[in-house]
Design a protein around this ligand. Structure first.
Ligand code: SAM
Ligand code: SF4
Length: 496
């Protein structure tokens, strides 16, 4: 059997694409290897790249330098350069890395089997088209885990002035609920205990050209709640959509071209209700949420669905309304505060996590301090942080005269990280003494002690000393201590 090694850089979307690639490569007779020792370890080497910051892009090129050296003494070795940097750079990759056989952008992933056959036949191929190709019915090769990632939306239409995603991933499109539910059922049948719905802006799931498309009527889902966890689901209260009767003319043509793409309306809420109704003991998560796209209906659905977990990732990006405007985010500081307050009031034990950028062009000290105070006052449970990195093609990259020095950006990033740490510890401290349900995802021996690691419903990491491997089990844990990045717990009782 031929062997393939894939190095995946960047976000979960890339990891999800890697699972797709592995599914297709399996069909072509390739077996995945997880460790790359030397030039003879594999027949095909793939790098799935990320371009969100300059650092990520530089990493993509520096990682495969060794692969080029290997190819000199083993010319039959094939090298593929894929993902966001490939989409952005196209055939120019060949100039920089002449040993590369295949350049494949994000839009051409479904063409992989044909592309591999061509490079196997000795061709050099660049496939980085402007329009995403229709999905194929591929069986995914999921990474070993308790969580299965399921992409529900691809691309993004928001065009935040700093962000390259709309250029590398294309226009926003939603996958059909049938395709998603089929993938969820398959993952559950394979033993996955958690489904995470994935997209750049999952709350706009179901929109076509920026609008929800068509009235779809039925809301499904039993919406049963555990005692004490919120309201009983009211079928009447949660409506399935936001759109007008006039949208009812369905795009049979689009559907015919690409059956897995959504043309009929289905909102994230109605999708969650459908998934919640599937049989089995499992959890449902979704990420990422755009602040102003979180509807009351969605919040009510999170409360109503027993399997949907109480954690929302809602990137704020900056605490300053002036900077948010320059970032082309569709909210200001006050609006973001109102959204967080509403969610915290309605959803018990919810965790709210965020992303922030330090040193956006023109950001002054006062505006940066507004980010620190936002993080603190909102009691955000965790945040991803990064220093601003200019990205080619984006609007903000052209504001060179407003760029801040690397020293200022690094200093602000450091202060942001300190605030983040303080927030995480304060958030974790709140759970000491509580009993929480934990889904175990790891078992390992650490310094002579067996430790189980898992996550609570609201996504807190918990370490539990225990001698038995309980990966995939839901257990009740008494929280005995809190560190910055995790909780410590003791096993209470096993469920099921
Ligand atoms: N769609 C999500 C949203 O709107 O929040 C985020 C997706 S993006 C892949 C992940 C994060 O990368 C962003 O939230 C932002 O904080 C960060 N990011 C994007 N472009 C950046 C840039 N040019 N410099 C620094 N950080 C950036
Ligand atoms: Fe889209 Fe803005 Fe998120 Fe980038 S940061 S993916 S442009 S919403």
């Amino acid at each position: 059997m031929k062997k393939v090694y894939i190095e995946t850089l960047g976000c979960q979307m890339n990891k999800s694409d890697t699972e797709k690639m592995l599914g297709m490569l399996d069909f072509l007779g390739y077996e995945e290897i997880r460790e790359l020792k030397d030039k003879d370890s594999a027949d095909l080497l793939i790098i799935n790249t990320c371009s969100i910051r300059q650092l990520s892009e530089d990493k993509a090129f520096s990682r495969i330098g060794t692969w080029g050296k290997w190819k000199k003494s083993r010319p039959e070795l094939k090298v593929a350069f894929c993902g966001c940097v490939a989409q952005k750079t196209g055939a120019a990759v060949f100039k920089r890395m002449p040993f590369v056989d295949l350049v494949m952008g994000t839009h051409n992933i479904n063409e992989l089997p044909d592309l591999i056959k061509r490079i196997e036949a000795g061709e050099k191929v660049c496939a980085a088209g402007e329009i995403p190709l229709p999905e194929k019915n591929i069986e995914l090769k999921r990474a070993k885990s308790v969580n299965a990632w399921i992409t529900i939306t691809e691309g993004c239409d928001n065009f935040c002035t700093y962000c390259i995603v709309p250029y590398t991933r294309g226009r926003e499109r939603s996958r059909s609920p049938e395709t998603i539910i089929k993938e969820a059922k398959e993952a559950l049948a394979q033993g996955f205990k958690e489904i995470t719905l994935l997209g750049q802006n999952v709350d706009s799931y179901g929109k076509v050209n920026g609008k929800w498309k068509m009235v779809n009527g039925e809301v499904e889902g039993k919406g049963k709640r555990e005692k004490g966890k919120g309201e009983i689901f009211d079928k009447e209260k949660i409506k399935s959509c936001h759109c007008e009767e006039s949208c009812l003319q369905n795009d049979a043509a689009i559907q015919k071209e690409n059956p897995s793409l959504l043309t009929a309306h289905c909102s994230l809420s109605s999708l969650l209700l459908k998934l919640n109704a599937l049989d089995g003991d499992f959890r449902i998560r979704f990420t990422t949420s755009y602040p102003t796209d979180i509807t009351d209906e969605l919040i009510d659905t999170v409360i109503a669905c027993d399997k949907v977990c109480e954690c929302l990732h809602i990137p704020m990006q900056s605490g300053s309304s002036e900077i948010l405007k320059k970032m082309n985010r569709r909210y200001d500081r006050e609006t973001y505060f109102k959204i967080v307050k509403k969610i915290r009031e309605k959803v018990p034990d919810v965790t709210i996590t965020s992303d922030f950028i330090a040193g956006f062009p023109s950001e002054n000290e006062k505006q940066f301090e507004e980010t620190l105070t936002a993080m603190q006052e909102l009691e955000l449970d965790y945040s991803n942080t990064a220093a601003y990195s200019p990205r080619e093609q984006t609007v903000a990259a052209k504001w060179e005269e407003l760029f801040l020095s690397d020293e200022v950006k690094e200093d602000r990033l450091k202060r942001l990280n300190e605030q983040n740490k303080a927030n995480c510890l304060a958030s974790n401290n709140k759970y000491i003494g509580r009993e929480l349900e934990v889904l175990i995802d790891n078992f390992e021996n650490h310094k002579g002690k067996n430790i189980l690691t898992g996550r609570t419903r609201n996504n807190k990491i918990v370490h539990i000393p225990h001698g038995k491997n309980l990966v995939g089990k839901f257990i009740n844990v008494k929280i005995t201590g809190a560190k910055t990045w995790y909780l410590k717990g003791e096993l209470r009782r096993l469920e099921g």
